[in-house]
Design a protein around this ligand. Sequence first.
Ligand code: DGL
Length: 268
Amino acid sequence: MDNRPIGVFDSGLGGLTAVREIMKLLPNEDIVYFGDTGRVPYGSRSKQTITKYTRQDIRFLTKFDCKTILVACGTASSVALPQIKGDYDFPIIGVVEGAANRACQVTRNGKIGIIGTNATIKSGSYVRLISTRPEGFFTACAACPLFVPLVENSRISVEDKILKLAIEEYLTPVKNAGVDTLILGCTHYPIIAEAISAFMGDNVTLISPGLEAARILKEMPSFTPCEEKAAKHRFFVSDDVDLFSEQASLFLGQSVEGEVELINIEEI
Ligand code: DGL
């Protein structure tokens, strides 16, 4: 048994898509979450800056003696993690592998769409894993840089006009490519899955990287579960506590009021 917490971080709300799944799959585990809401979005920044932020986020979570850290950010997982993973002596997992593998398992016509932030798409992280497989999958990619600011500003309703316009603009080429599976390659995107699905159609399977990573975490040979107990969840942000509390409570379907604290990540 290992009662140390699981550390999870993202640039903002997106990582909660992984937290929600960990809460379901591993209900007794303590979780420490950091949402870097003061510096979101990561996806339009340079590799150097994303790597610096990722290192600071990990350093903050190490204060809690986490048994594992889940990088619940497609951008940090794609751009920074491959380079820095070896520098730590505890398991750190990202969100790319699980989503890429799941897409390859579920596609029926072999055509897989990948959407993500500018940095994620430019890194080629998902394409690399998918195209090296022997099946000869076709991939169609699109960067969707406005999706993260829209989610962070609660523009998530399926009826939201600006969201609908952004979805149509970014996803039309991917839809026209005939994909039957779409990797939501940024952990913020499952929060707007309903609107994305309304545009892509019911026959397109959406893959959530946070959900797949939570499944992998549970199955990892190096993961030792905690004893049966009530779980403690702590949330930290680098900007407005109230805004995050409100959005997170809605998204997790349970109140996080009083569990969210402000930190200065630049001092870490
Ligand atoms: N949730 C992050 C990701 O998965 C958002 C990146 C950003 O802040 O631009 O890529």
